[in-house]
Design a protein around this ligand. Structure first.
Ligand code: BES
Ligand code: MN
Ligand code: ZN
Length: 484
């Protein structure tokens, strides 16, 4: 999607050459003498445009206007929720009218946060997946120009918002692709493709490299499948070599059948989304490519399929992780933590400022927090605050979850150093406690995105979360000069 920010001149608004000119009207609208103001004032006075967020008035070929249609949309007081309602209403018209070139005019200067919500919501509403459809017609909307009373102070915020959209859309694309179009090898190729951008380097390790590193936990998950595993390392060097990087670790299970501890058939197709953590890492790198901020970031993706065969890891098998800790695999469906624990050990070599792992880790997190907030697990208070506030500012929310040591009691076993599952109670937390055992060398937080990475039901599809949250967190590092 091509976004453009430009100056809004009320008297010139009738001369826009576009398929539809959308005008956002708030409660504080004051009419001027220009034709557009007069039109809006009339619509309000007559009650044809109701003063409630999401109300629209679709006008076809109004006199003096060059554009085919002018759509007035009320956004109440202009809060972020109001803006989203307005966008949803506008998009239904824009879609039905097959609009390609849209101009959105705002009479009042928006706050940076409002502009950002507008851009993100427009992109979200118009996103269309086509990769595995025979009809390759993607979104019809090609260009959206947003006209504001003073564009200069908003330029930087706008650039950021548009870049984050490209990252969110890359994450959606990978999340949505079916598992036969998004194997670990495909994912690695997708990562490699990002190395065409400045400051980005990508290395891909295969089964032999992973064996040499001693990643017995990761290998155990991968060995039931015919598709070979891939361990992907992306580096974005935007600052001096000495500056410790933020490391992002993504769970990249391209399909999770559960393995020998097989999942029920209903909705098993949704387990193609089990690589959304990895997709969010790719999305972040896409944004870094665009914005070129002066920070160092490493992205690591542990990717494989979790399938059943005569070679699959079995319940009760004990494997040795890269850290040396032995793990009893009591449930082969708790595979995410097995691939992540080796990745978490691997990243010690980067002497990270912070490590964040992002994973569709537990159904229990979906039960706890639903689709609104991701689970955020860390015993580092400063980091917790930084992530929570990044979630707020990016409108990509997370919620702080506990990590008391007592939660780890259930992971005890007589046959290895640790078991990969505890009981059903507190499942999202016991999973995080398992991961925590591998993170003693650095500051760490775990984001469980099982509930937020995709939507089920009629609107089934990847959300691109938490690219927004991660980008706000990363870019705040640049501003403050240190890592919070
Ligand atoms: N990928 C799943 C988690 C998941 C489940 C995400 C449902 C989204 C929706 C993960 O690998 C898994 O299977 N976790 C198990 C853990 C259990 C065996 C301890 C789960 O949550 O059921
Ligand atoms: Mn699983
Ligand atoms: Zn999984």
């Amino acid at each position: 999607m091509n976004f453009e920010l430009k100056l809004f001149i009320p008297t010139a608004a009738t001369q826009e050459k576009c398929d539809a000119s959308v005008v956002f009207v708030t409660n504080s609208f004051k009419a001027g003498k220009d034709a557009l103001s007069v039109l809006v004032a009339k619509a309000l006075k007559s009650g044809d445009l109701l003063t409630k967020a999401g109300q629209i008035l679709d006008i076809y070929r109004p006199p003096v206007f060059l554009t085919t249609r002018v759509v007035l949309v009320h956004i109440g007081d202009g809060t972020t929720t109001d803006i989203r309602k307005g966008v949803a209403a506008v998009y239904s018209v824009v879609k039905a009218a097959r609009v390609r070139h849209l101009v959105i005019s705002l009479f009042l200067q928006p706050a940076p946060q409002a502009l950002r919500v507008l851009v993100t919501a427009l992109a979200d509403a118009s996103y269309t997946y086509t990769t595995t459809k025979s009809d390759k017609q993607g979104r019809l909307l090609e260009k959206i120009a947003i006209a504001v009373p003073d564009e200069k102070p908003l330029a930087e915020c706008f650039r950021r918002a548009a870049a984050v959209v490209s990252g969110i859309e890359l994450a959606k694309e990978w999340g949505n692709r079916p598992a036969n179009f998004a194997t670990p090898t495909h994912l690695a190729a997708g990562a490699k493709a990002l190395s065409k951008f400045a400051r980005i380097k990508v290395d891909v390790l295969g089964p032999k490299d992973v064996a040499k590193l001693g990643m017995g936990a990761f290998e155990a998950v991968a060995k039931g499948a015919d598709e070979p595993l891939r361990f992907i390392v992306l580096k974005y060097a935007g600052s001096a070599k000495e500056k410790a990087p933020v490391v992002l670790v993504g769970k990249g299970i391209t399909f999770d059948s559960g393995g020998i501890s097989i999942k029920p058939a209903a909705e098993m197709d949704e387990m193609k989304f089990d690589m959304c953590g990895a997709a969010s890492v790719l999305g972040v790198f896409r944004v870094l490519a665009e914005l070129q901020p002066d920070i160092n970031v490493v992205g690591v993706i542990a990717s494989c399929e979790n399938l059943l065969s005569g070679r699959s890891v079995k319940p009760g098998d004990v494997v040795t992780s890269m850290s040396g800790q032995t793990i009893e695999v009591l449930n082969t469906d708790a595979e995410g933590r097995l691939v992540l624990c080796d990745a978490l050990t691997y990243v010690e070599r980067f002497k990270p400022a912070v490590v964040l792992d992002i994973a569709t880790l537990t159904g229990a997190c979906v039960i706890a927090l639903g689709g609104v907030r991701s689970g955020c697990f860390t015993s580092d208070e400063q980091l917790s605050e930084a992530l929570l506030s990044a979630g707020e500012s990016a409108q990509d929310l997370c919620w702080s979850m506990p990590l008391d040591d007592e939660y780890a009691d259930g992971l005890k076993t007589s046959f290895a150093d640790v078991a990969n599952v505890a009981g059903r109670a507190g499942g999202a937390i016991t999973a995080a406690k398992f991961l925590q055992r591998f993170t003693s060398k650095y500051r760490w937080a775990h984001l469980d995105i099982a509930g937020t990475a995709w939507k089920s039901g009629a609107a089934k599809g990847a959300t691109g979360r938490p690219v927004g949250l991660l980008m706000d967190y990363l870019l705040n590092q640049g501003v403050k000069g240190g890592v919070a």
